[in-house]
Design a protein around this ligand. Structure first.
Ligand code: FCB
Length: 434
């Protein structure tokens, strides 16, 4: 690991950490159920058989967690508002208290309005879910908008579509393959309607958090190159093109439901900034004739691509390769692709799964990625912020509690929080940037 100091980022650069409601809050009996509660209850869906009913019990311990944020010295905290909680009588009171406590601690609240925990009974295959979302967003903005400046509409609609509806490894557990595309369209529409609802409530600093990564062809062979290009469309353009250009990549608009042209004008409501979640690149090859297992996800043989290992790189406990320069490559490619249609960028998630309190591997990962981000700045990309995933070890979806992404260790029996070496390291990085 390099020991040279991390280069200076511009004044006002927004440093933060991220979490999401379903992964940390617990207190499941004090909210309506979500699709994730139903999915988790099905045997075999979550690897360790665990549920998020208690998780980090952040709902009851949020003061302690706000103190951890203040001790870390972050300027901002990205959390998510649970739609099923807001539907229950005292749900919004919790976010009201959380936002008050954050403001009192000098930490800027950055809520995400949807991070996969759809209220049970709603369905992204249905268009009216987008309208219900906009109504819920108006309610949240009406209550928190006097203290919240920066908003995020959706988290990773690509993963929610692909894992939740095409492959079935996340809630709601559907395996529709390409018939899942309406789920992408309805989330995009929900985003556009939410931007309008937020603006109507006076918001002026609105973004979205999309997952992206470089896609590398497995070889120069034409079939591998074509497969990698196709995967690039799914991961890097299916959501970004409609948002930033107001069009779908060639061939995809025809597969979407409803009056697509009219919807695109809603979807392309101008954004104030664009959030990127980055973990690793993908190496992609031509389809294989049998189903394969990739990073714990079963990839059906019917797909027009297959994901391959990236060799010669260290991997995290999740098996994801550590490729910091992939972040520079991704951001510069985005700038080149979208030009002045790309608003300022914020890295809304970046992090890694490793066990242990003396987590030197996490420090090396974050150190490398923060330097790679600075390289993107130097190359002229307008990057305005960086958020580590995650503050706390938490419920990592289908992996249960087996993957630890936190700067702070959580003992899931006692719920005790213990800052890791990476927490102290990031605190010192932030101090040096002040
Ligand atoms: C992202 C999710 C986040 C977390 C990290 C590890 O895809 O947005 O909730 O699970 O991966």
């Amino acid at each position: 690991m390099t020991t040279a100091p991390i280069p200076r980022f511009p004044d006002g650069f927004l440093w933060g950490v991220s979490t999401s409601a379903h992964q940390i809050e617990g207190a499941a009996d004090e909210r309506e159920p979500s699709v994730w509660d139903a999915f988790t209850a099905e045997p075999g869906r979550v690897k360790d058989g665990s549920t998020a009913a208690v998780a980090c019990d952040h709902y009851h311990r949020h003061r302690e967690d706000v103190a951890l944020l203040a001790g870390l010295g972050v300027a901002a905290y990205r959390f998510s508002v649970s739609w099923p909680r807001v539907r229950s009588p005292r749900g919004l009171d919790f976010y009201d208290r959380l936002v008050d406590d954050l403001c009192a601690a000098g930490v800027r609240p950055v809520p995400t309005l949807f991070h996969w925990d759809l209220p049970l009974g709603l369905d992204w295959l249905r268009r009216d879910t987008a309208e219900r979302f906009a109504e819920y967003v108006s309610v949240v903005a009406g209550r928190l908008g006097d203290r919240v400046r920066k908003w995020i509409t959706l988290n990773e609609p690509a993963e929610h579509t692909l894992l939740g509806h095409a492959l079935g490894t996340h809630a709601p557990g559907r395996r529709l393959l390409f018939d899942a595309l309406p789920v992408a369209h309805h989330q995009l529409l929900a985003h556009g309607l939410a931007v309008r609802a937020l603006r109507a409530a006076g918001a002026t600093d609105i973004g979205i958090a999309n997952s992206h990564g470089p896609t590398w062809a497995a070889s120069e062979d034409g079939a591998d190159v074509a497969a990698a290009e196709f995967y690039d469309v799914l991961l890097n353009r299916l959501f970004a093109d409609p948002l930033l250009l107001g069009t779908y990549p060639a061939g995809l608009g025809e597969l979407m439901p409803g009056d697509v042209e009219a919807d695109l004008s809603v979807i392309a409501e101008p954004l104030d900034w664009y959030g990127v979640n980055y973990y690793a690149p993908a190496r992609v090859g031509a389809p294989r004739d049998t189903e394969t297992d990739f990073s714990g996800v079963r990839m059906p043989a019917e797909l027009p691509f297959s994901l391959r290992e990236i060799e010669g790189r260290p991997v995290t406990d999740f098996g994801w390769p550590v490729v910091p320069e992939g972040l520079t490559e991704l951001l510069t490619a985005f700038r080149d692709r979208y030009g002045d249609r790309l608003p300022p960028v914020v890295v809304t998630e970046n992090g890694c799964a490793y066990d242990g309190l003396d987590d030197q591997d996490r420090i090396a990962y974050l150190d490398g990625h923060i330097r790679a981000l600075h390289d993107a700045l130097t190359a002229g990309v307008d990057v305005r912020g960086y958020f580590v995933w995650s503050l706390l070890d938490n419920f990592e979806w289908a992996e249960g509690y087996a993957r630890r992404f936190g700067l702070v260790h959580v003992d899931f029996t006692t719920l005790a929080r213990t800052p890791k070496a990476s927490y102290r390291w990031f605190r010192d990085v932030l101090r040096a940037q002040r």
